[in-house]
Design a protein around this ligand. Structure first.
Ligand code: AMP
Ligand code: ZN
Length: 472
């Protein structure tokens, strides 16, 4: 697979560090409110990357944090007269709900910053020992110029950065806040202020800086080197640049092999954001559209392109998705009546074309996760099956078309099945209940269970060794 690496500004072949295993770290949201559609873009895009890597057979360790200590959370807590943790716990739950509704898989680990403070303190200590950090009046700063590669991700030159901020630097000096050795130094630990949450540390009570969280949590849950580090493009500078500086200075190894950044979700040409007030929360948009439509809309564009949000565009995504879902449900109906027989020559050709489309789909995904092209391939398949696969087709062809389209949609996190297939464990539990009902001579209940299972296509067979079952 080729991945566009922000570090090299090139598409590169993806080679994992450990054979068959991929470690992905995606910077997660700050939990002080409901998430909006812009925040959902990285969640959906990188969940799709994860699903595709799983499809290819990789073992994926997917880590995405919750920033649960931050100025915005504290501000919200003060406004509502509750504790910061009440705010963050509440919105972690709400974000998890939105993710579920968007069919975003739960991360392997969702670490919370507040639960990783000891490791953060340990990393700061290492950085101080190595001369990359220093403390002034309870604040610990990273000594930016001590990290010679600073700016390598964002392609910023350290002297230009300094020059661009001469006025600010002067203002800081005048206001007495110029305690840093250098304007470019950033905070690793900040002292507590009245009413703020805090933790004890060798530098006094305080809390960690935002950038540090990700360096520490990715190291703990993935390792010193991670395969893919991802997030929105606004995180390239300073957040990811600072993460690199901290991690590489502390661990002495390359931090991340591939850097992936999604483009902005825009509205009227401007980035959707809380601060501009031009946002729709996932919760609100979910009242208007099934969230599956939003997921499909977001994946209709390449993840690095900007994507404009407008009702008309989402409406047309809804119509497109309906076309796929209708085709799948038509195939499902055909499957129920199609006959088991050998394929005709024509049908063999249709089957071969389906296989070609799978390759074409994979090629699109292999090309830097081009979900836009992958979706076009699904449409080609829908067109082919609508015209060439019917209730009169051989059952194996209908089955092939049905499962193939379903599988390719599933990689995108799009659910095509009207009803989720009943799980084996549920079947066994129902069979046990039926046996118990029969023993208790409750034949009405026993028959009811048999009918329920039959409706799901499960056939029961009473044998001497007990009850056996199979799918119809
Ligand atoms: P935040 O809570 O602001 O740190 O954002 C969480 C994630 O959402 C980050 O990866 C951001 O880059 C991403 N993000 C925020 N706004 C947008 C947007 N309008 N379009 C795409 N990604 C965004
Ligand atoms: Zn981060």
């Amino acid at each position: 697979m080729k991945i566009y690496n922000t570090m090299t500004r090139k598409k590169e072949d993806f080679v994992p560090i450990r054979d068959g295993k991929v470690g992905i770290y995606v910077c997660g949201p700050t939990v002080y409110d409901y998430i909006h559609m812009g925040n959902a873009r990285p969640m959906i895009v990188f969940d799709t990357l994860r699903r595709y890597l799983l499809y290819k057979g990789y073992d994926v360790n997917y880590v995405s944090n919750f920033t649960d200590v931050d100025d915005k959370i504290i501000k919200r807590a003060i406004e509502e007269g509750v504790t910061s943790s009440e705010i963050s716990e509440r919105y972690i739950e709400e974000v998890m709900q939105d993710m579920k509704d968007l069919n975003v898989m739960e991360a392997t680990t969702h670490p919370k910053a507040t639960e990783e403070i000891p490791d953060m303190i340990a990393m700061i200590e290492t950085l101080i020992e190595k001369g990359h950090a220093y403390e002034v009046n309870g604040t610990v700063y990273f000594r930016t110029r001590s990290f010679k590669d600073y700016g390598k991700l964002s392609k910023k030159n350290i002297d230009d950065l300094e020059a661009g901020h001469r006025d600010e630097k002067h203002a800081l000096k005048v206001s007495g806040e110029g305690e840093k050795e250098d304007f470019l130094d950033f905070v690793l630990w900040k002292p507590k202020k009245e009413g703020e949450p805090f933790w004890e540390s060798p530098w006094g009570d305080g809390r960690p800086g935002w950038h540090l969280e990700c360096s520490v949590m990715s190291k703990k849950y993935i390792g010193d080197i991670i395969d893919i580090h991802a997030g929105g493009e606004d995180l390239i500078f300073p957040h990811h640049e600072n993460e690199i500086a901290q991690s590489e200075a502390a661990n002495d190894v390359e931090f991340a092999r591939y850097w992936m950044h999604n483009g902005f979700l825009k509205i009227d040409g401007e980035k959707m954001s809380k601060s501009l007030g031009n946002f729709f929360t996932i919760r609100d948009i979910g009242k208007k559209y099934p969230l599956q439509v939003i997921r499909f809309f977001i994946l209709s564009a390449h993840y690095r392109s900007p994507l404009n949000f407008a009702d008309t565009l989402v409406d047309s995504s809804k119509a497109s998705l309906d076309r796929i879902l209708t085709a799948v449900s038509r195939l499902e109906d055909a499957l129920a009546v199609a006959t088991d027989r050998d394929l005709t020559e024509e049908e063999k050709e249709v089957k071969a074309r389906l296989a070609e489309y799978v390759t074409k789909y994979e090629n699109a995904m292999e090309d830097d996760l081009n979900t836009a092209d992958a979706i076009s391939v699904i449409f080609e398949m829908v067109k082919l099956t609508n015209s060439s696969v019917t209730a009169d087709s051989a059952k194996s062809l209908v089955q092939e078309a049905f499962t193939t389209i379903g599988k390719l949609c599933d990689i995108l996190g799009i659910i095509t099945k009207v009803e989720a297939e009943i799980l084996d464990s549920n079947i066994e539990a129902l069979i046990e209940e039926r046996q118990a009902a029969r023993k208790a001579k409750n034949f009405a209940r026993a028959d009811e269970i048999r009918d329920t299972l039959a409706a799901q296509g499960i056939i029961l067979e009473d044998t001497r060794e007990g009850v056996k079952w199979k799918r119809a």
